[in-house]
Design a protein around this ligand. Structure first.
Ligand code: PGA
Length: 248
């Protein structure tokens, strides 16, 4: 299989203020010109424009976008709006949005399609709950979630997938390497079933309690093409070691 450039992305969730531009600068200074790895940060939408001004080689993304281009959707942002602010991609289908905002697989596919229409990248998140893991059906459940969330125009040049077990997010718990490997292999098969050879080029990130202590082991697992990092991306001193751990 073709070697894909690792993609390490920070998801700041509902954290951060303009004072944190210094953190972005520290990350961009240390890693922004590293050609062996792609680095992204998704600050809250309020900071996209300011971050985009100072990002250097770091890609700035949004954490969500609406599927529609405009209209009566109070509080939402379209793909064109986040692009105008300076984002070059967005996360879609994060489990916190699926749980808190009731987003369905069809909603997620529509949001990803909207990003494609606006010529933006997407990181499409999937993952099982603890009950689903304990049921023994996690692989069937998560591959079905991916199949239903994949947009029609999925292709490797704009789409990445993130496998994020819900029970591993923010908990300090991480699946054993064999379970990550098995899930990523199954997600890869789902992508190639749907997209043919193109599916081999889609990066599949792992997310859920990635930190400087476990990043090297996780990023060395076959078919793990990078990491989506929450808590540990909020400070340069905890995020940079994860970037440095990426194989090149
Ligand atoms: P975490 O979050 O690294 O804090 O577990 C990951 C995520 O939700 O993307």
């Amino acid at each position: 299989m073709r070697q894909l450039k690792p993609y390490i992305v920070g998801n700041w969730k509902m954290n951060g203020s303009s004072a944190d531009l210094a953190i972005l600068k520290a990350i961009a200074d240390a890693a922004g010109s590293d050609t062996g790895v792609d680095v992204g940060i998704c600050p809250p939408a309020t900071l996209i424009a300011a971050f985009a001004q100072s990002a250097g080689g770091v890609h700035i993304g949004a954490q969500d976008c609406h599927a529609k281009t405009s209209g009566a959707h109070t509080g939402c942002l379209s793909a064109a709006m986040i692009k105008e602010a300076g984002a070059t991609f967005s996360i879609v289908g994060h489990s916190e949005r699926r749980a808190d905002q009731g987003e369905t697989d069809a909603d997620v596919a529509a949001k990803a399609e909207a990003l494609h229409d606006a010529v933006l990248g997407a990181i499409l998140c999937v993952g099982e709950t603890l009950d689903e893991r304990d049921s023994g059906n996690a692989i069937a459940i998560v591959t079905a979630q991916l199949a239903a969330s994949l947009p029609q125009s999925a292709s490797a040049d704009w789409l990445s997938v993130a496998y994020e077990p819900v029970w591993a997010i923010g908990t300090g718990r991480v699946p054993v390497a064999d379970d990550i490997a098995a899930m990523h292999a199954a997600l890869r098969a789902t992508l190639t079933d749907r997209m043919g050879a193109e599916g081999a080029g889609v990066r599949i990130l792992y997310g859920g309690s990635v930190n400087s202590g476990n990043a090297a082991e996780i990023l060395a697992i076959p078919d793990v093409g990078g990491a989506l990092v929450g808590g540990a991306s909020l400070k340069a001193e905890t995020f940079l070691p994860i970037i440095q751990a990426a194989p090149r």
